[in-house]
Design a protein around this ligand. Structure first.
Ligand code: KG4
Ligand code: ZN
Length: 327
């Protein structure tokens, strides 16, 4: 089975071809960093226009990379939300048009489901159920992944997402855009114990997250400490929150066979290392997708599409894009 996947919900435009045998035959991606950098964050209208320009050539390039045509594809999977509505519409309308023209079924994919199932593309031995820490720019959740389309949310953030806190911290410290990788680089030269920062909700019995208080404390301390020390101390505070919250969730999900992390913040080395140690403490397998599969991409959408299509799930061509769409 061969699936074409399309992703355009934030600031990456991407197209990929993935088989149900976990072969990534092609994955193409265009970033928009240069367009958004002057504004220090993603500007929705600029993003949507850039998706329009980039997507069709990326699809053609991906098909050429894989040496296939649309006729060889079994289904077309497109992100249908959640995300910036202009961008989501570009990918979904493109997916519908290709599906209609080629006479192929459409599989609408929740972007979060793409992240949630991406570890199974990377690891053939990862079986349900698993505990997933989904940490991205827009989301911070702990989910018990019980099967395709079966996600039990154990916790979410009561204010900001972890990735958002990384991006704000980068801006406050003048480290540039995109923020997460910039903070991680700066933190390498800093002392994680140099700046006292809060660990919101750590110790609470419910595994929810909060990062707003941490972010405002970084804002108060910016300029008063070396940027590298602030970056390292901030990153350590986030790691401590993620580990403590995930430990609580593990206690509530004894049936989980593995601890899994996905989403853009899962690309962070300190986050991965600390979660791996936590999994070890619990005698659980730890699974983290390779870095390119953690941040937004179309291979995870194609893979989620493959899993849904294999389960007999397809969608009508009049399906609407959804800016908000909880899993
Ligand atoms: O999953 P993703 O690409 O897009 C969303 O669905 O949100 O996640 C993007 C987020 C951004 O906030 C970015 O700063 C963060 O992931 N991120 C990182 C790293 N790489 C990306 N955060 C910390 N360390 C990184 N190395
Ligand atoms: Zn994402």
């Amino acid at each position: 089975m061969l699936i074409l996947g399309l992703e355009s919900s934030c600031d990456e435009t991407a197209a990929a071809l993935v088989t149900d045998k976990r072969e990534v035959l092609a994955h193409r991606l265009a970033r928009q960093d240069e367009a958004h950098r002057p504004f220090g964050g993603v500007v929705p209208e600029i993003a949507a226009r850039a998706h329009v320009e980039a997507l069709a050539p990326l699809v053609e390039a991906a098909l050429a990379d894989a040496g296939v045509t649309l006729a060889d594809v079994d289904a077309i999977a497109a992100t249908a939300g959640p995300g910036l509505i202009g961008g989501v519409m570009v990918g979904l309308v493109t997916g519908k048009a290709l599906a209609h023209a080629a006479g192929k079924p459409l599989v609408a994919v929740n972007h979060l489901e793409g992240h949630a199932l991406s570890p199974r593309l990377a690891d053939p031995d990862l079986d349900f159920p698993y505990l997933l820490l989904l940490v991205s720019g827009g989301h911070c959740q702990l989910l018990l992944v019980e099967g395709v389309g079966r996600y039990r949310r154990l916790a979410t953030t009561i204010d900001d997402a972890a990735g958002e806190a990384f991006d704000k911290t980068a801006k406050l410290l003048g480290l540039g855009f995109p923020g997460g990788p910039a903070v991680e680089r700066a933190a390498k030269d800093g002392d994680p114990r140099a700046v006292p920062l809060p660990r919101p909700l750590v110790g609470s019995g419910e595994p929810h997250f909060s990062f707003a208080g941490l972010k405002s404390d970084v804002a108060r301390k910016a300029g008063k400490f070396p940027a590298a020390d602030l970056a390292a101390s901030f990153q350590q505070a986030v790691v401590d929150c993620l580990v403590d919250r995930t430990r609580i969730a593990l206690g509530k999900a004894p049936q989980a066979s593995a601890l899994v992390v996905a989403g853009g913040v899962a690309a962070n080395g300190a986050v991965r290392g600390a979660l791996e140690a936590l999994a070890g403490e619990h005698g659980l397998r730890f699974v983290a997708p390779p870095l390119w599969l953690c941040t937004d991409n179309a291979a995870m959408i194609a893979w989620a599409g493959a899993e849904r299509f294999a389960a007999g799930l397809t969608d009508p061509l009049d399906l609407a894009a959804r800016p908000r769409w909880p899993l």
